[in-house]
Design a protein around this ligand. Structure first.
Ligand code: PLP
Length: 434
């Protein structure tokens, strides 16, 4: 074993050599060095402002729904490690993948029936788009190759997903001239409980109808637009899209990479609307945040359409497709989620967030406080200084990652009431500091 690096050495090497998400190179700010994580606590290698342990308010970007170092997931990983950590999926198959695919078909809405297991959320969106484009080519409608989405969305950082991210100053606006040209509807009016706006409904219907001949699919994040602004909208718009897509022969993709596995209340956010997509993307909490794995599910109609084509296969096959270790952990994570009854946890956290964040609404710079399921958001009237905001949360003993004008949290489902209250206090502190 090499000698452990001191925190100072580690940070110097990190800045020189290691890219971070949306980071410059060389690095300019010191990331916090995490030594270990257990339950809902992240342990720092060295205390920062006297704080050595942080309550995780982020679930590592929606993924660690059971917290960290969970004995059940550890056991599943160890058992599978003893058998095989990876094997190619071309020409071979294995029990963890078959069990997982079958389980996903059981727990997702009908008529989703076929599962492509890939290695990240962005890739699952690539696969979803490829499925839809290929479907239309295969059934003799090669002109249907574009996507419609609504503004304010986020679907990942690879090429097709970037093309359906928010085009208005969003994270990938730099590439707007070279990405595939997609069709953008206005962002849905906000408010989960708001009555659907007839003018917006008409706008959606009109766009789908007008572009039907060139549209392969509509792709949206159901109920929560996540990294594009943490906005909630009425489930009614999902029903409108379903109807418009059916009427005009367009496929519908739901990207539930962030919202899947109970985060908004029902197991999948589309459950709020009671509609099912033709293609569904899952990731993040699929493995309880343990390993990188994602899934794209589609209906028999889509799969059979592809199989009728001139190239009757889906030409996609990543090296780490259906990784057995990740699949075994995903199976254990789904069992754990259903056994714990995530609804009880999510409802309890929702109540804690509503109570704990209510006071933030009185702060001068706060534009809105919103809570849905185990998601709490405080929207400010100005952008935060990210480093200062993160530091303020750390001083309150909590890990948060505010961005733009949003201070938000989506804690692990195992977070206890006292820790939820501490997370809310940290969110309020950041919002108050501006
Ligand atoms: N889609 C949504 C809705 C997401 O929230 C994300 C990630 O935040 C992605 C896609 C991309 O997933 P990944 O980061 O695993 O590639």
């Amino acid at each position: 074993m090499p000698e452990p690096l001191t925190a100072g050495e580690l940070l110097a090497l990190d800045k020189q050599h290691v890219w971070h998400p949306y980071g410059p190179m060389p690095g300019r700010v010191d990331p916090l060095v995490v030594e270990s994580a257990s339950g809902v606590r992240l342990r720092l290698a060295e205390p920062v402002d006297g704080v050595a342990e942080l309550i995780d308010g982020m679930s590592s970007w929606w993924s660690a729904v059971h917290g960290y170092n969970h004995p059940v997931l550890n056991e599943a990983a160890q058992q599978q490690l003893g058998r095989m950590s990876h094997v190619m999926f071309g020409g071979l198959t294995h029990e963890p993948a078959v069990r997982l695919a079958t389980r996903l078909v059981e727990i997702t809405p009908e008529p989703l029936r076929h599962v492509f297991l890939s290695d990240s959320g962005s890739v699952s969106v690539e696969v979803a788009v490829k499925m839809c484009l290929q479907y239309w080519r295969s059934v003799g409608r090669p002109g249907k190759q574009r996507l419609l989405t609504w503004r304010g969305g986020y679907h990942g950082d690879t090429w097709q997903p970037m093309s359906v991210c928010d085009p208005d100053g969003g994270m990938h606006a730099l590439w707007s001239g070279v990405l595939p040209r997609q069709i953008f509807a206005d962002a849905p009016p906000t408010g989960f409980d708001a009555e659907p706006d007839p003018a917006y409904v008409a706008h959606l219907r009109e766009l789908v109808a007008r572009h039907a001949d060139e549209l392969a699919a509509v792709i949206v994040e159901p109920v929560v637009q996540n990294a594009g602004g943490m906005r909630f909208h009425s489930p009614a718009y999902l029903r409108v899209l379903r109807e418009a897509c059916d009427e005009h022969g367009v496929l519908l993709i739901f990207d539930e990479i962030a919202t899947g596995f109970g985060r908004t209340g029902p197991l999948f956010a589309s459950g709020h609307a009671g509609v099912s997509p033709d293609v569904l993307c899952l990731g993040k909490a699929l493995t309880g945040g343990y390993l990188t794995m994602a899934a794209t599910l589609c209906t028999s109609r889509v799969a059979e359409g592809i199989s009728r084509g001139e190239v009757p296969v889906l030409a996609h096959g990543p090296t780490f497709m259906a990784n057995p270790l990740a699949a075994a952990i995903a199976n254990a994570s789904i069992d754990l989620l259903l056994a714990r009854d995530w609804r009880t946890d999510v409802k309890r956290i929702e109540a804690g967030l509503r109570e704990g964040l209510a006071g933030a609404a009185e702060l001068p710079a706060v534009r809105e406080v919103r809570v849905l399921g185990a998601i709490g958001v405080v929207e400010l009237d100005h952008d935060v200084d990210m480093a200062a905001a993160t530091r303020a949360a750390v001083r309150a003993g909590v890990w948060l990652r505010p961005f733009r004008n949003l201070v938000y949290t989506m804690p692990p489902y195992i977070t206890g009431d006292e820790d939820v209250a501490r997370i809310c206090a940290a969110v309020r502190a950041v919002a108050a500091a501006g």
